[in-house]
Design a protein around this ligand. Sequence first.
Ligand code: BES
Ligand code: ZN
Length: 468
Amino acid sequence: MKRYPFRKPLLSVALVAGLATSTFGIPSSSFAASQVETSVLTKEDQKIVQSVNVNNIYSHISRLSSQPRVAGTPAEYNAVQYIQQKFSSYGYNVQIQPFTFEAYVPPTTLSLDIKDDNTKYTPQALTYTGNGQATGELQYVGLGTEDDVKDLDLTGKIALIERGNISFAEKVLNAAKKGAEAVIIYNNEDGELNGTLGGANDAYVPALSLPKDVGEKLAKKLQDGETLNAEVAVEGSKLETRTSHNVIATKKASKQKKDTGEIVFVGAHHDSVEGAPGANDDASGVAVTLELARVMAKAKTDTELRFVTFGAEENGLIGSTKYVDSLGQNDIFRTRAMFQLDMVGSKDAGDLVMNTVSGQPNTVTDIAGDASERLNGERTPYGQGDRSDHVPFAEVGIPSALFIHEPTEPWYHTPDDTIDKISKEKLQDVAEIVGAGVYDIAKIDRVTPNVKKPKPMKNVSKEVQDVK
Ligand code: BES
Ligand code: ZN
């Protein structure tokens, strides 16, 4: 993390000097301005820097990541109750918004056997695979594009397809259309392939995946003219209606007379994927959200603040989509900015970026960019990214951005996404930047609303990890 070298000493000098302090017990701006010309921190920045306690953030992560928090499970609800209780203890008005969704339940039976082959296969199921048993000749189909299958009749066959170029869903549908009984997709990079077909579809046949080396070996045999008869069984995968929850903590503008009528959101998702404790994804974002709520609880503000943690993000941004759907036109119109915090604490990830759905700067990247420059002497860069809960907000025209470290840590969506990989320094940095940005908008400095009518965005694609 890069900082102005003089910043921290500046503050401690101020405190030791015991000069005029604001209601938050931090140096007043007149002191900062008169004593140290080089200070670039506003008094609101100073309040944030002084008040954020990274140990609180760390302890929330530790508590939340004691187990995976899969949407719709008791573990997710346990996290919801923890978050609700924390927001309430800071004095917030807290709402719990329940919603139902169709959860994918993985198969109970999953096998691949190849006759006259003594190898033990341990395939993975692609999420949303069809069920069924299939016996047939294995046929190599390249990348499984429309072009690859156009002259083939795959009736009664099991298609072996390499990962790449088009989505897994397209590969499965292309092969199924030509009569394939089942599809096996093998990785084009080392390691297991944990893929998803993106959503349920009755046209899907059983769809399995294999690691690169195993798939390549089979493909080579087929290309060398060998005949391989395979047997595939996938049973018990289904969709199940489950209930998840969003948690919403609201703080109205401090004084009615100063109320600009605007709303600012800080968000994160509290669910995790199966088997992953989700310390970074996204207990880190929830923990920073909780700490910023605590810090802002008693601040004087002219803007409504809403701290929201979403459920079922990992199932397709479901909680945030339901939440945005539940907002009236008036609330959407009044919203100035949405700061989404997702994966903000891994010591094994890269640097902080702010991703907008369009890739263009907006109010959030401008305001937080300014804050980062004051705090660190360097603007946090912005880029394009649409894989988190800022997307539904962007789709209704709300300026929003995802705060994340890139490149992603290797523990993403694995059982190793644990507290020991968390960096307090990174958490502190993000909390300061987002906190200073939010406070910059919310501090009492305007009497008239500054709301521009948002323009809904069109053609926003929801990218899902490992669909290709
Ligand atoms: N925190 C991730 C998003 C992410 C991961 C963004 C790595 C950038 C780099 C999020 O929880 C997630 O996994 N999202 C899903 C998409 C969603 C629509 C299901 C994803 O990216 O697969
Ligand atoms: Zn996430």
